[in-house]
Ligand binder design. Structure first.
Ligand SMILES: *[C@@H]1O[C@H](CO)[C@@H](O)[C@H](O)[C@H]1NC(C)=O
Ligand SMILES: *[C@@H]1O[C@H](CO)[C@@H](O)[C@H](O)[C@H]1NC(C)=O
Ligand SMILES: *[C@@H]1O[C@H](CO)[C@@H](O)[C@H](O)[C@H]1NC(C)=O
Ligand SMILES: *[C@@H]1O[C@H](CO)[C@@H](O)[C@H](O)[C@H]1NC(C)=O
Ligand SMILES: *[C@@H]1O[C@H](CO)[C@@H](O)[C@H](O)[C@H]1NC(C)=O
Ligand SMILES: *[C@@H]1O[C@H](CO)[C@@H](O)[C@H](O)[C@H]1NC(C)=O
Length: 501
């Protein structure tokens, strides 16, 4: 009986609300009826976490009034935010004795990443809420993919941590991010609002470009370019003119030597770390000198949307360049390393770059990429286009004993493509290698399209379910406009780029 009264009140108030907002009310008559609940249930069945989905949607008025996919997405995002706010409280209390980190930076990483997640969730709502077109929905997918990547990066550090808060934190992370996975899945279905449709839309806002640096550097050596006047210059060209000696990558050289072996998290080992939005760098070298025996040691880590680098050099050994999350573009850059030296879960395109493998420690092999997509709905991956895949002289000289590969799957849905690139002889005929047994080999996506050079022959490549020689249509999904919406934002950077294949 009590529940009948409650139903009655809710139906009344939804009628009142809908009248007040002059909304269409086709669903009112079925509000909270069995068929309404069962249609929610069946909708939720297609999401990764049906129970969380159902709990989040069943009491929503807006869904009762207007049961559209977008209303479902919005309500799920709201649940994600409210769970994430609870998690924020927990994380801000972490430290001292309740969470003992084994790797320096674990707690700080989780705090920073979680802040980025919250802002990504809010931005996703803003993209979905009002007349979304396919580009706004692609933005939302980017933000949610980044949020899921943040969760995994936080968990990586927590794995080795101890303390009474650890289990609570891990379970709160799981429940908050179930709603994030669900939202992303709803946006990614073939028949969802983001499938197909017009692709072209001019940006309604100017990206706030700025060059950011790690705060460890002497601020007097840092030149910040910000369109809003908060930096030293408002235009990149002014900054370049101001620094006539800083016009080549030999000149501006930023170096460091943090590493996992010395106790840092991979995330925090970066010599330069960039988060935020709109990072531009031109003619700068980023280096980590820790050396191959120190394992993971990042030279440059980027988790900033709309990042573009032009004529930069990234130098390291294992894990040189951490393309952590969001959309990134590299043009005519030189990237050096030994193992997994381009890794992470951004949507990253490299054009006209030299990718140069260095000789590893005895007994090791070299691998260029370790892309870490872990969910088929994430719109992330690494696309190497018109690049030269080369080795240093000492690696060439040893290429009969040191094996070298294009990539290996850090996580199950790892996605890497090599398009129209020169592949030199040192790459093994099978091309790609495993991470851990046969894990991910059928679910990953590794593709090659119209490469050339003595290492480009695909006739002896791996025979995994996820590997393919791509055709034009496949390759078209990984271009500047399709993969990172770069036809819009890259034009603001003054950096050259090529669209299409
Ligand atoms: C840029 O601005 C910062 C902060 O105002 C200042 O400390 C720094 O000296 C400036 N850099 C140059 C090269 O003028
Ligand atoms: C750097 O600037 C000097 C003088 O302005 C110029 O001669 C030189 O070609 C520039 N180097 C690069 C790499 O742009
Ligand atoms: C690592 O870098 C720090 C700071 O730049 C420096 O003091 C130290 O000597 C470096 N260590 C090694 C082994 O290069
Ligand atoms: C390929 O990259 C080179 C720089 O390495 C550039 O000069 C050339 O224009 C690019 N070609 C195409 C077709 O993108
Ligand atoms: C990855 O895939 C393997 C099967 O290849 C599966 O056993 C494993 O549970 C998956 N891992 C995750 C995190 O989903
Ligand atoms: C490329 O995009 C089309 C249309 O979205 C899709 O059907 C196809 O599966 C995609 N191919 C790859 C390789 O992602």
């Amino acid at each position: 009986m009590a529940s009948n009264i409650l139903k009655f009140l809710i139906i009344l108030s939804s009628i009142f609300l809908s009248a007040a907002n002059s909304l269409q009310t086709p669903a009112i008559s079925t509000a909270f009826s069995k068929s309404h609940l069962s249609s929610i249930k069946s909708f939720c069945k297609s999401t990764p976490f049906p129970d969380s989905c159902f709990h989040s949607l069943k009491l929503s008025l807006s869904i009762t009034i207007s049961p559209t996919t977008l209303a479902f997405v919005l309500q799920t995002l709201k649940s994600a935010i409210s769970e994430s706010l609870k998690l924020s409280v927990l994380i801000s209390d972490a430290g001292n004795s309740n969470l003992i980190e084994k790797q320096k930076g674990t707690v700080q990483d989780c705090k920073e990443l979680h802040q980025i997640t919250l802002s990504s969730l809010k931005k996703s709502i803003s993209r979905v809420v009002s007349s979304p077109d396919s580009r706004k929905l692609a933005d939302a997918r980017t933000f949610l993919s980044a949020a899921l990547t943040n969760r995994i990066t936080c968990l990586e550090g927590l794995n080795s941590a101890a303390g009474s808060l650890k289990p609570t934190l891990i379970s709160s992370l799981s429940s908050a991010y179930e709603h994030v996975s669900n939202s992303l899945s709803m946006l990614s279905k073939p028949n969802s609002p983001s499938g197909g449709g017009a692709r072209r839309r001019l940006l309604g806002y100017d990206p706030p470009w700025r060059i950011l640096e790690d705060n460890e550097y002497d601020p007097r050596d840092v030149v910040t370019v910000a369109a809003d006047g908060s930096g030293n210059f408002t235009a990149i060209s002014d900054a370049v003119n101001f620094a006539p000696n800083n016009n080549g990558s030999d000149v501006t050289w930023i170096t460091g030597n943090r590493s996992v072996a010395d106790g840092w998290t991979t995330f925090r080992s970066a010599t330069v770390a960039v988060s935020g939005q709109g990072f531009l760098a031109r003619g700068i070298s980023f280096e980590n000198t820790a050396g191959p025996e120190k394992h993971q040691a990042v030279a440059l880590r980027i988790n900033a949307d709309f990042s573009a680098l032009y004529k930069c050099v990234i130098l390291g050994f294992q894990d040189s360049l951490y393309v952590h999350s969001f959309r990134q573009f590299f043009r005519e850059c030189d990237i050096f390393g030994t193992i997994d030296y381009i890794f992470g879960n951004a949507a990253a395109i490299f054009q006209g770059c030299s990718i140069i493998s260095r000789k590893p420690l005895p007994g090791q092999y070299t691998v260029i990429t370790a892309q870490s997509r872990d969910n088929p709905d994430e719109n992330t991956g690494i696309s190497l286009q018109n690049c030269s895949i080369l080795a240093t002289d000492d690696l060439y000289a040893n290429s009969d004993v040191v094996r070298s590969y294009l990539g290996r799957p850090w996580r199950n849905y790892s996605r890497t493509v090599v398009l129209e690139s020169y592949i030199d002889k040192f790459i093994e005929p099978d091309g790609w290698t495993q991470w851990d047994g046969d894990q991910g080999l059928d679910t990953l996506y590794y593709g090659e399209y119209e490469n050339f050079g003595p290492g480009s022959d695909t006739s002896e490549r791996v025979s995994w379910g996820g590997y393919r020689v791509m055709d034009y249509n496949d390759a078209s999904n990984f271009t500047v406009s399709e993969f990172i919406a770069g036809d819009e934002w890259l034009t603001y950077t003054s950096f050259p780029f090529d669209d299409g294949v």
